[in-house]
Design a protein around this ligand. Structure first.
Ligand code: SAM
Length: 323
């Protein structure tokens, strides 16, 4: 699976080098490319935001910069409207004023978790410059001229995910759905978010989902993307040591639908006078499975009553209903 992430803080994605996701990247199961949005800004200050129409506090991310960045990443087109420059301006006064004091990111070298350099125009080696009017066919990887293809050889475009508190809720079900996609593009908003016309524009060309990771407001989309990438990445074939873990997890479609997992234990059998439930030491698989389901239902009723209420009565057995 290919993942492109566009952000003004590429360094947020360093954790994608470690643990399961880091290993999946090393093995090539996951191809993660992080892009610095400011590489597609027009002015010397690399401005990505402006004041909101209609007034009010905060700043809104500019559509032109996002359009350039997304076009370049999906390989659809890239028509520069002005000087892009090669160097990054860091911490200019204007930036602090316009960007609400958020520090600028500096692209890192191309190590794992690194920032992908700005696209190279076909037939040149100059980063960040693309011939005016150049239009590459959809599905062409930026700077390579090579088609992004799935195994069948069919050119594809990414499904675009825009994290926002106003989006549809992220869930295990959505993670499962997104894990089937060959290519995802994440657009990380900051400030008051991205100009809405960007989502409108790409809805005509790509599948665009605005997604919330919960009913609270973060400072930016980066952490939300980390959450989604980890939830999606661990579902990819071969990423988890034991594929059964996914089936037994909280919220897993099938027997864990609308259920959270019950308590888990390991050795020693007694710790500070606290004993592991005897059934788990019994070696009786049927009883262990029954106990686990009972505990999952009890915990769901206690901690997530709204999920318990949504349990499908047709999928509950007599014993479940007593709990
Ligand atoms: N003004 C926006 C609102 O009230 O809906 C909040 C903007 S928030 C300060 C800045 C960015 O953080 C958003 O554009 C989004 O990318 C990200 N973000 C914040 N909370 C999020 C959440 N719960 N789920 C996903 N992304 C979130």
């Amino acid at each position: 699976m290919r993942l492109d992430i566009i952000s003004i803080f590429p360094e947020y994605f360093a954790p994608l080098d470690v643990s399961l996701i880091g290993k999946a990247r090393e093995r090539g199961t996951l191809d993660v490319r992080v892009h610095q949005l400011r590489d597609w800004a027009y002015d010397v200050h690399r401005t990505v935001d402006d004041t909101p129409y209609g007034g009010g506090p905060g700043m809104v991310m500019k559509p032109e910069v996002w359009g350039e960045a997304i076009d370049a990443v999906i390989g659809a087109s890239a028509v520069p409207g002005g000087a892009r420059g090669g160097g990054h301006v860091q911490g200019s006064d204007e930036d602090e004023g316009r960007d609400g004091g958020e520090a600028r990111a500096t692209p890192q070298a191309s190590a794992p978790g690194s920032v992908v350099p700005p696209p190279v125009a076909p037939g040149t080696d100059a980063p960040g410059t693309v011939e005016p009017g150049t239009v590459e066919p959809a599905g062409v990887e930026p700077g390579t001229g090579a088609s992004a293809t799935v195994a069948s050889g069919t050119p594809v475009l990414p499904r675009m995910i825009v994290p926002t508190p106003s989006g549809r809720p992220f869930s295990q079900e959505l993670a499962q759905e997104l894990a089937q996609e060959p290519w995802l593009l994440f657009a990380c908003g900051r400030y008051e978010g991205i100009d809405s016309r960007v989502m409108e524009e790409y809805s005509g060309r790509l599948r665009v989902d605005e997604v919330s990771i919960g009913d609270y407001v973060l400072a930016g989309g980066e952490v939300a993307v980390l959450v989604m990438v980890e939830a999606i990445g661990r579902l990819l074939p071969g990423v988890l040591g034991n594929a059964q873990s996914v089936v037994d997890d909280s919220f897993a479609p099938g027997s864990m639908e609308n259920l959270v997992e019950g308590p888990v234990y390991t050795k020693p059998p007694v710790w500070r006078g606290r004993e592991v439930p005897a059934v788990l030491l019994s070696g009786h698989h049927g009883n262990v499975a029954r106990w686990r389901r009972d505990e999952a239902i009890r915990r769901t009723v206690r901690n997530r009553p709204e999920l318990a209420a949504a349990l499908d009565p047709a999928k509950l057995d007599k014993h479940d209903r007593k709990l």
